[in-house]
Design a binder for this molecule. Structure first.
Ligand code: F6R
Length: 236
């Protein structure tokens, strides 16, 4: 595990984008695992800038996103598909058929989850997985739990997650209570994992996850077992 401590959000975003850019340059047809939330916005902004400056070509890149709220359609402004289209996909030369965000409206989420995991395997797995971290230590929407769930699955969001995410909605009642999320196996099978954590509110989650015991009550702690984990944090 490599921990890079930075002192600003700008530095965090620049360093994260540099690592992702290096991945794309070294393997132009790489598979990126992508996250939403407020933390990666600056990273995506830096990647867009590199693309505009002619430093990056996304034409052969494939992406798989971590999660999606249940029952939000792709055109809903708070859906993660909408977020990705706005912040990255529409800004670079990614081919839309190579972008994947879990379908929160799938008729049979269990069957759909198995297909999503299979699609990742069919693409040879994820080369680099970008992750944020929840205040409660969640990664993707793998919430604190009594076991690590390996496969893509539907979760009930914890009160603390709903509370943290209400800032994106008009009211707390509008925040979906369920989501579909990649499980721990696909994340752990990624060849490289890059986790970004910003703000004092994440300090406790970072300490518990990377300096405490590995346990499903702190989902991100499983990453201690990943052979190629980089954490960039601005939490002091
Ligand atoms: C989003 C995701 C979540 C977020 C986490 C932190 O795709 O998987 O685990 O990374 O909730 O969100 P922010 O960055 O908004 O603090």
């Amino acid at each position: 595990m490599k921990i890079i401590r930075v002192s600003s959000y700008e530095e965090l975003s620049r360093k994260a984008a540099e690592l992702i850019a290096a991945q794309i340059i070294l393997k132009p047809d790489c598979v990126l695992g992508l996250a939403t939330g407020s933390t990666p916005i600056g990273t995506y902004r830096n990647l867009v800038q590199k693309y505009r400056q002619g430093e990056l070509d996304f034409s052969e890149v494939t992406t798989f996103n971590l999660d999606e709220y249940l029952d939000l359609t792709p055109d809903h402004p708070q859906s993660y598909r909408y977020f990705m289209n706005s912040n990255l996909f529409s800004q670079v030369n990614l081919r839309s058929e190579r972008t994947h965000v879990p379908d929160g409206c799938a008729q049979d989420p269990a069957a759909y989850g198995a297909e999503y995991d299979q699609a990742i395997r069919d693409h040879g797995g994820i080369d680099l997985q970008l992750l944020g971290i929840g205040n409660n230590g969640h990664i993707a929407f793998n919430e604190p739990c009594d076991r690590f769930v390996p496969e893509t699955h539907v979760v009930e969001l914890k009160e603390s997650t709903i509370e943290a995410n209400k800032r994106f909605f008009n009211s707390v009642e509008e925040v979906p209570t369920k989501a579909i999320t990649l499980g721990i196996a696909s994340i752990m099978q990624a060849k490289k994992v890059l986790l970004i954590a910003d703000g004092k509110g994440k300090k406790d989650a970072v300490e518990k996850s990377f300096f405490g015991p590995v346990c499903p009550e702190v989902p991100a702690s499983v990453l201690q077992l990943h052979p190629d984990l980089t954490v960039i944090c601005n939490v002091d």
